[in-house]
Design a protein around this ligand. Sequence first.
Ligand SMILES: NC(=O)c1ccc[n+]([C@@H]2O[C@H](COP(=O)([O-])OP(=O)(O)OC[C@H]3O[C@@H](n4cnc5c(N)ncnc54)[C@H](O)[C@@H]3O)[C@@H](O)[C@H]2O)c1
Length: 375
Amino acid sequence: MKVLSLGGAGFIGSHLTERLLQKNHSVVVVDYYDDKLLELLGHPGLTMLKQDIREENWGLEKLVEDSDVVIDLIAYANPGLYVKMPLEVFDLNFTENLKIAKTCRKLKKRLVQFSTCEVYGKTPASFMNENLMNPTDPAHATFSEDNTNLILGPIGKHRWIYASAKQLLERVLHAYGLEDGFKYCIIRPFNFIGPKIDYLLNETDGIPRVFSYFMDALINGGQMKLVDGGHNLRCYTYIDDAIEAIYRIVQNPNGVCDQEIFNIGSPHNETSIKNLAMLMRDIYANDMWQEGMPDLPEIVAVSSEDFYGRGYEDSDRRIPDITKARNLLEWEPKWNMVSTLKATMNYYVHDYRLHYGLNSLRDHFKHETIVQKIS
Ligand SMILES: NC(=O)c1ccc[n+]([C@@H]2O[C@H](COP(=O)([O-])OP(=O)(O)OC[C@H]3O[C@@H](n4cnc5c(N)ncnc54)[C@H](O)[C@@H]3O)[C@@H](O)[C@H]2O)c1
């Protein structure tokens, strides 16, 4: 297969590119960075184009024409950005992504579109707690692709612009499918973690994907800050499990993924952010910390307004219903929470330095700061 992977050098994209090349597909990656693909550059099956897709006439149509399937992973995907630059988030995650979808529709090419589990928003328990018989029943937070209502917060909580942009794109793809049979598949990832997920440098960069933020505090010192107490619950999914499902979607056996939406996540790995911080600190203290390294960070609570600024709100809980992925893809996630964390943390503590010979992880990720992303 000839695959066009837009945003294919990011966290998910780099792992997917590796899998596609292993399986002898040819891959054209378009991304404005290539650092997460360093080991693969030079592979005969890979073409890497360093390109900002927001530029005019950069050659999208020809690349789509030449491909069998298009995968769109491009997005701003860090909560700090939703609060700091909501319009940039909307423009990239909706307007620019819509151009890709339109081109695929025009040229009748199949599109695998990355959306997000954030489209589900909040659970009914988050706003009618006292009126529910059993508010902690997981049934209230178990989201299925085709039946669950999507509950987002008020406009003044502008962090929801990320989920709104993704949801609107999903609705357009659905309409394309209805009106002219356009072949698309939508993936809703549930908190993937693994090697090459990015780093938070420091608070002023405002890019806290939570695993990276905690890892940075463990390696470089600082505090592990729990936003609003860290009570919200997430289901963490190891990247290898995720890639297995995504690869099956790209293969699309007998067209089973056409015009479908898939939750991809590990329902059994549910944990609160507070528990995530404690687990990571325990693993680090027992398996990784050595004399001379920065002291283990303290875990402290902060308000979301202090941490992110005004306009922040968050999903309280989200559990993927993966019945559809089980049935159509014969997929089952295998990694539990502790092995997921150990594998990912080990990468950052040991392998990363070996691969790249860097003295400082912070130096390497400096170019990913919000300042450079906007400029
Ligand atoms: N990682 C998760 O758990 C998760 C959860 C929900 C949704 N998603 C979605 O999955 C997709 C991939 O996520 P990821 O974690 O790999 O994110 P990522 O930020 O690592 O990857 C996105 C890639 O897009 C590239 N990109 C951004 N703007 C670009 C532009 N203008 N021109 C060219 N390239 C550009 C970035 O350089 C990056 O490599 C995103 O759409 C995201 O919203 C991911």
